[in-house]
Design a binder for this molecule. Structure first.
Ligand SMILES: [Zn+2]
Length: 279
C-alpha cells in the first residue's frame, strides 16, 4: 500500500514530469473507485492550467487555474504513470488519462480503492477528506507536547495510536513498525504511558524514517516514466518490517534465545519488533 513517502515521491514525480501546464483533454475509462469519479470530471478540468502539486497527508492535491483542485488518493494499489507517447498506450487498470501540454498523466489502480475527484479551492480546508486529519509528520507544529496531549487519554497500544490519522496524518503500517524500532519503543506499550521525552524520540524517528524513505524514492525518479510501466516506488531498506525471525540491525540480541524479530497482530495489522531493543 502506498504510504506517505510513496505519495510524496509520486507528487514530486508529477511536478517534475508534467509540471505546470494546460490540460488539453481527459478520458475516464472507469469511474468506480472508492468514491465514483464525478460524471463532469472531464468537463470541469478541461482547458484549466495546473498551477501546483502538493501533498496533504496521503492525498495529492493538484491546484488548477479555474479555482478547482484535483484531489487524489492512491488507496491500496493506485499509482500515477506518465506517458509521453501520442496516443498513450493503455494498460490494464489504467482508469483515467489526463492529457496535458507536457504529456499524459495516467491513473492506474488494480484494486480501485483509490480516489480521484475535484473540489472548489474554497472548500479544500473544510472538506471531509481533510477535516479530521491530525498534523503532518513534517509540520513544524508537531511538537512532543502535541503528541503527548493526544496520547495521554488513549488506552490503546502506541503502534495503533501511530496509525490514527487524527493524531499524525500519514504514518502507515510499514513505517509505524520502523519508527517504533528506531525510537526503541515497544509496539505493545499503551499510548497513555508514553512519556513526553519518548514523544520527542518518536517525532524525531518519524521524521528521520519518512525522510529517508522519501530520499530513497527520489533516487528512482529517473525510472519513473519508463513506458514499460516500471514504478517510481522504491524498496526501502526495512529494519523490522516483514523480517520475522531475523536479527535486527545493530542488535545484540542472541537469536537462539530471542527468536529474532517478532511478528504480532494489533488491531488487525501486523507489527514487527525486536523485544530486546524495544521496551
Ligand atoms: Zn534485536
Amino acid at each position: 500500500m502506498p504510504e506517505l513517502p510513496e505519495v510524496e515521491t509520486t507528487k514530486n514525480a508529477l511536478a517534475k514530469g508534467i509540471g505546470c501546464c494546460r490540460i488539453l483533454d481527459a478520458c475516464v475509462f472507469e469511474n468506480r473507485l472508492r468514491i465514483s469519479i464525478p460524471d463532469d470530471f472531464k468537463q470541469r478540468i478541461l482547458h484549466a492550467s495546473i498551477l501546483s502539486y502538493t501533498r496533504i497527508a496521503k492525498y495529492i492535491v493538484i491546484k488548477l487555474s479555474n479555482n478547482l483542485d484535483i484531489i487524489c488518493h492512491l488507496g491500496m494499489s493506485g499509482k500515477f504513470k506518465l506517458s509521453y507517447q501520442n496516443p498513450p498506450y493503455r494498460e490494464k487498470h489504467d482508469h483515467v488519462f489526463i492529457f496535458t501540454e507536457n504529456g499524459t498523466l495516467i491513473f492506474n489502480d488494480p484494486r480501485r480503492f483509490g480516489l480521484l475527484t475535484y473540489i472548489e479551492n474554497s472548500q479544500l480546508s473544510n472538506s471531509s477528506f481533510f477535516a479530521k486529519l491530525g498534523l503532518d509528520p513534517f509540520s513544524p507544529n508537531l511538537s512532543p507536547q502535541y503528541l503527548w496531549e493526544k496520547l495521554k487519554n488513549k488506552n490503546i497500544p502506541i503502534k495503533v495510536a501511530l496509525l490514527d490519522q487524527s493524531i499524525i496524518a500519514g504514518i502507515g503500517n510499514i513505517y509505524a513498525s520502523e519508527i517504533l524500532f528506531d525510537a526503541h519503543i515497544s509496539p505493545l506499550r499503551i499510548a497513555h504511558d508514553i512519556s513526553l521525552k519518548e514523544c520527542y524520540f518518536l517525532i524525531e524517528s518519524t521524521k528521520k524514517i519518512l525522510q529517508k524513505a522519501i530520499d530513497a524514492g527520489g533516487s528512482t525518479l529517473r525510472d519513473y516514466h519508463k513506458p514499460d510501466g516500471s514504478e517510481g516506488y522504491f524498496q526501502f531498506m526495512h529494519c523490522v518490517y516483514n523480517k520475522t525471525g531475523q536479527p535486527c540491525i545493530n542488535c545484540s540480541c542472541h537469536l537462539n534465545e530471542t527468536g529474532g524479530i517478532q511478528k504480532i497482530v494489533q488491531a488487525g495489522r501486523s507489527s514487527f519488533y525486536c523485544a530486546t531493543k524495544q521496551k
